[in-house]
Design a protein around this ligand. Structure first.
Ligand SMILES: Nc1ncnc2c1ncn2[C@@H]1O[C@H](COP(=O)(O)OP(=O)(O)OP(=O)(O)O)[C@@H](O)[C@H]1O
Ligand SMILES: Cc1cn([C@H]2C[C@H](O)[C@@H](COP(=O)(O)O)O2)c(=O)[nH]c1=O
Length: 208
C-alpha cells in the first residue's frame, strides 16, 4: 500500500510593482531546496500556457475593470487546477510570485472594484485554498518607483499614477490586517541581506 505524501506548503509573495519581491524568490527557493523540499516556483497571472496568454492580455490591453478581475481569476483557476493543487498533493512546496491578495490590492484597492465582487470570485475559484504563508514586501511608493528598471518598457500597471499605487498599497495593508495569521509584512526598505536573514527565520518556523 502506498502512503499518501504529506501535503506541501503554499507560499506567496506580494507587493506593489518594484517593492522587491522577485529579488527574494530565488533565495527562498534555494533555501527550501537546501532543506530537502521539492519546490515549484511559479507566478500570477501566469504559470500555465493558457494563464500566460491571459497575462499578456491583462498586462497590455486596456479593458473594463470587471473584465480585468474576471481574467485574473480565470488565469488563477487554470493555474490552481494544472499546477498548484497537483504540486501540493504530491507534497511539493509552491512559491508563487503573487496570488489572490494581488487582486484585492490592484483590482480592489487600486481600481476600486467592490470587495464583495472579489470575495465572490475568491469563493468560486478557490473556496478551500489559501496560502500557508504570504510575504508582503512593503515600501513607500517613491522607493518602489525608483527601483523600477528605467531601461525596460513598463506594463499597463507600472504606468499607473501615484494615487493608484497608494490605493493598491492600502489594499495590501488592509488584507494584512484582516489575515494576520498568514500575511507577514516585510519592510522592504531594509538592505537585502537583512531582509533575507528575516526570511530564513520565518521560513525556518514553517519547516518545523
Ligand atoms: N531591499 C532592497 N534594497 C535595495 N534595492 C532593492 C531591494 N530589493 C529589491 N531591490 C532592487 O529593486 C529592483 C526591483 O526589485 P524586484 O524586481 O525584486 O521588484 P518586484 O517587486 O518583483 O517588482 P515587479 O512586481 O515589478 O516585478 C531590483 O533592481 C532590485 O535589485
Ligand atoms: C495576480 C495579479 C496581478 N496583477 C498585476 C500586478 C502587477 O502589476 C502585474 C504582474 O506583474 P509582475 O511584474 O509579475 O508583478 O499584474 C493584478 O492586477 N491582479 C492580480 O490578481
Amino acid at each position: 500500500m502506498t502512503v499518501p505524501a504529506k501535503r506541501g506548503k503554499f507560499i506567496t509573495f506580494e507587493g506593489i510593482d518594484g517593492a522587491g519581491k522577485s529579488t527574494h524568490i530565488a533565495f527562498i527557493v534555494d533555501f527550501l531546496q537546501q532543506h530537502g523540499k521539492t519546490v515549484v516556483s511559479t507566478r500570477e497571472p501566469g504559470g500555465t500556457p493558457l494563464s500566460e496568454t491571459l497575462r499578456e492580455l491583462v498586462l497590455h490591453q486596456k479593458m473594463h475593470l470587471e473584465t480585468e478581475a474576471l481574467l485574473v481569476f480565470a488565469a488563477r483557476r487554470e493555474h490552481i487546477a494544472q499546477v498548484i493543487e497537483p504540486a501540493l498533493e504530491r507534497g511539493d512546496w509552491i512559491v508563487s510570485d503573487r496570488f489572490t491578495d494581488s487582486s484585492f490590492a490592484y483590482q480592489g484597492g487600486g481600481r476600486g472594484l467592490a470587495l464583495a465582487k472579489l470575495e465572490a470570485l475568491e469563493e468560486w475559484v478557490h473556496p478551500a485554498l489559501q496560502p500557508d504563508l504570504t510575504l508582503l514586501f512593503d515600501v513607500p511608493l517613491e522607493v518602489a518607483r525608483a527601483r523600477l528598471d528605467a531601461t525596460r518598457e513598463l506594463d499597463k500597471f507600472e504606468r499607473e499614477q501615484a494615487d493608484f499605487f497608494l490605493a493598491t498599497r492600502q489594499g495590501y495593508l488592509a488584507r494584512a490586517e484582516k489575515f494576520p495569521h498568514r500575511i507577514i509584512i516585510i519592510d522592504s526598505t531594509q538592505p537585502i541581506a537583512q531582509i533575507q536573514q528575516r526570511l530564513t527565520t520565518i521560513l525556518g518556523q514553517l519547516l518545523n
